[in-house]
Design a protein around this ligand. Sequence first.
Ligand SMILES: O=C(O)Cc1cc(O)ccc1O
Ligand SMILES: [Fe+2]
Length: 432
Amino acid sequence: MTLRYMSGFGNEFASEALPGALPVGQNSPQHCPYGLYAEQLSGSPFTAPRGANARSWLYRIRPSVRHVGRFERRDFPFWKSAPARDESDLPLGPYRWGPPTMPDDALTFPAGLRVMTTAGDVDARSGMAAGLYFVTRSMAEDYFYDADGELLILPQEGALRFVTELGAMEISPGEIGVVPRGVKFKAELVAGPARGYVCENYGAPFTLPDRGPIGANCLANARDFEAPVAAFEDIERPCRLTVKWGGKFFVCALDHSPLDVVAWHGNYAPYKYDLRRFSPVGALLFDHPDPSIFCVLTAPSERKGTPDLDFLIFPERWLVAEHTFRPPWFHMNAMSEFMGLIYGRYDAKPDGFLPGGVSLHDCMLPHGPDAESFEQATRATLAPQKLAGTLAFMLETRLPQHVTHYAAALETLQIDYSDCWAGLARRFCGTR
Ligand SMILES: O=C(O)Cc1cc(O)ccc1O
Ligand SMILES: [Fe+2]
């Protein structure tokens, strides 16, 4: 299926699946075209400053009040929410996991979501949950929305189609998708089985970072983000809707599809982005800059310069720095770092950190290049070098991350991870 998208980040989009379905010049006419209902979906307080104000107007077959029935509790035991501090007995340490084997049971997107770390507090609207998803089955007549946060989805294998109230988008490895808080969707398998990484952001929605002295271009350019065009399901048969709310799940029966939005306009919409369109800016002469130069999206907190959550990538790029130790330096960080690898090799950890795997370097836990990478980079002849065919990412939050029971019990947990630094022998020799 070839899907169409509208280009731009946070634009005032307007899209209609039937001609003339969008009211002109007003949001809430006495009679909407085609007998549709008008409904506002607010992604921010009504009074948020203009730059952070997000809402869309949806013109739909039935209003959302008809898309919910009597709720009952249901459980997705692996989709944990913060606070979940006491899930694991693991002692303090840096952690790394190999890619878990693909489960062969029938798993839809919410059922196959496996939270590995949580940070902050879902009710305080600050923090996140990060982990993996495994999908072996499309959601059919089965819809979902997350009232607790927006979902950032990073495919690592296979492709998914997110059919949402505002239209459909497909994402495959190298791309990301974001489904905003409150937007109803179903996830379908396009090429499967599918697996990847997922982050549920409880705080302010992701936005593009300021570029400072970099200027008006490069990094993630706004025009490369794509929002779906309006599309609707007019299905009258038994369906069900699951809602994640306050860390709990509730389900209700419906006799129709809730994805019945015929037209919409506004700046609150799902979007996708091809990470290979990120234009990196880096060291042109010497030294390794801070990874903030690789920030794709940021979720700001109330504290200036202290994001609740940053999403960064380590994409293909040239290394040209002279008389420089080129891989990431040894460091300790006030922020906590969850990393994944979509494909290729990561320069600081050429072995052991595998596509589909995860590393966690929590708040103020020392880490850096492994002994092999250190040796190699210390000896290397510093000719221009292309780091080709690689894509790693980092979710960096100001909040400490707590490991879930699922992650602690995974058989792919590398208990010997910290040994990767054991070979860093004393080199001090008393003379320069
Ligand atoms: O720890 C890591 O590998 C991520 C990272 C990369 C980098 O280039 C600089 C700092 C940093 O935390
Ligand atoms: Fe780091």
